[in-house]
Design a protein around this ligand. Structure first.
Ligand SMILES: CC(C)C[C@H](N)C(=O)NCC(=O)O
Length: 471
């Protein structure tokens, strides 16, 4: 019977991975709508009270509007004597193409040596399914759920959870009024040891567009006569961060609290193999050579990453072109102790900074800076009973104590959940440390998927025993 369950679980993940629910590609929007309907159908078939909530439209940078994917809400159980947990997850994915260097088709779930490869397998389709399977397990055994379970599943997480803030605010006194705790499993372990996560970084994502001639030009015919937009763009990008990782935009580093002695000790106590980390990502040198510095810069200091340049020639071959308009895409990860008002000020500051750097170039080209994602950081109290319950469940399933970790990535809605509903949140990852999120060959191991499902089953039971006074 266990083999049958494990096969059917894999089939379901295969069906979900096959849907190209890329939220950043407007061409794929119909797929995203299909994904949300598939999730709703599944929860409905299980007997949940399900709604596909319309969250309106998205305005695109060119001024056009596009329908946002609906948010799926579902409810299992409505017993006022029990706690109610709300499980949040997302089923949209980052872009993926075979040509990016995948060993297998990213949208055809492929099992190799116990790993299930496919875009979204770990981020976040299998974890969402694992929660669904946890509910199904109780149903299959004809056992009452120990807590009422609600789901909020969205399709825009990877691009900033557009529309979800407003939906949570609108449903604060209805869908969320009886929710006691919020659980998120959209992150990964730090090593082979299971983990509980208590912080995420925020993210401000910018487009910087430099526009020059009215069309692309031959670099032999026109090179040397025009001030090239790409040269301007590279010049301003080079003023964001130094080669040793120091953010050069004034005001950002100053806004971050120094590492406390308590944090230093916590990081020092975490078992973390730097060589293993290096091997996993395939580099021979990291930005920092000691564990505490590395973890601190991964989790609780801001950083700048440059992601790409739209309009630049990037195909194979040697096109000798001067692109007329190029748009750089970069982001600044914000950290939990940066006050949101300060972050807002910094965004304005950031735009002024880029314009002032650009002005010094005395270029005739035009610069336009826009912020397209603004997601806040989040931090939890690890002394909350939710974390105690998590430790007990992990001990039961894995027979070891978890790492208490933070996450360098961003879950845009975490802070809104906390601020708007006033409820406590726990992040309980089941993804492996080497799952390759947003990268080539993303995977979820069969082990993490199945043991993770067991963990969720055990956790629901542990949460049911939390005393009523805890919020
Ligand atoms: C590891 C992250 C928290 C996973 C999350 N789904 C994500 O990718 N968020 C967007 C981001 O850019 O961090």
């Amino acid at each position: 019977q266990i083999i049958e369950i494990s096969i059917s679980v894999k089939i379901m993940l295969r069906d979900w991975v096959a849907i190209e629910s890329d939220s950043s590609n407007v061409q794929k929007r119909p797929e995203l709508h299909r994904m949300m309907e598939t999730v709703a159908q599944k929860l409905q078939l299980m007997g949940g009270t399900v709604q596909l909530v319309d969250i309106g439209e998205q305005e695109l940078p060119d001024g056009q509007t596009l329908e946002l994917p609906k948010v799926v809400t579902a409810q299992f159980g409505n017993d006022s004597s029990k706690h109610t947990v709300c499980i949040y997850g997302h089923v949209d994915v980052q872009p993926a193409k075979l040509e990016d260097g995948w060993a297998t088709d990213p949208y055809n779930l492929t099992e190799i040596n116990g790993n299930l490869y496919g875009r979204g397998a770990s981020d976040n389709k299998a974890p969402v399914l694992a929660w669904i399977h946890a509910v199904e397990a109780y149903q299959a055994l004809s056992m009452d759920l120990p807590v009422n379970v609600k789901f909020v599943i969205e399709g825009m997480e990877e691009t900033g959870s557009n529309g979800l803030d407003a939906m949570i605010m609108a449903q604060r006194d209805t869908f969320f009024s009886e929710v006691d705790y919020i659980i998120i499993s959209d992150c990964g372990w730090l090593s082979r040891r299971p983990a509980l996560t208590y912080g995420t970084r925020g993210n401000c994502y910018f487009f910087a567009e430099v526009e020059g001639p009215k069309q692309d030009l031959h670099s032999g015919v026109y090179g040397g006569t025009v001030i090239e937009p790409m040269t301007d763009l590279i010049g301003i990008l080079d003023t964001l961060i130094s080669p040793s990782g120091k953010i050069l935009i004034p005001g950002i580093r100053e806004a971050v609290a120094p590492l406390s002695d308590e944090e230093w000790k916590m990081y020092q106590d975490i078992q973390f193999d730097m060589d293993n980390y290096k091997n996993k990502i395939g580099v021979n040198q990291l930005m920092y050579s000691n564990k505490v510095d590395l973890l601190a810069h991964m989790w609780r200091y801001p950083t700048v990453s440059i992601h790409g340049i739209e309009g630049a020639f990037s195909d194979p071959g040697t096109k000798t072109v001067i692109p007329a308009k190029v748009t750089a895409k970069f982001s600044i990860r914000q950290v939990p102790d940066m006050d949101p008002a300060m972050v807002k000020k910094q965004v304005k500051y950031m735009k002024n900074y880029l314009h002032s750097v650009f002005a010094k170039r005395k270029s005739p080209n035009k610069l336009k800076v826009t912020m397209v994602i603004g997601a806040k950081p989040w931090l939890a109290d690890t002394h909350h009973p939710l974390y105690e319950a998590g430790k007990v469940a992990i001990k039961r399933v894995f027979n070891m104590d978890p790492d208490l970790i933070r996450e360098g990535g961003t879950i845009p809605i975490a802070r809104t959940f906390q601020d708007v509903t006033g409820k406590s949140i726990i992040m309980m990852p089941i993804g492996g440390f080497d799952d390759g999120l947003h990268s080539q060959n993303e995977k979820m191991s069969r082990y993490n998927y199945i043991e993770g499902t067991k963990l969720f089953i055990a956790y629901l039971n542990e949460v049911s025993q939390i005393k009523r006074t805890s919020v």
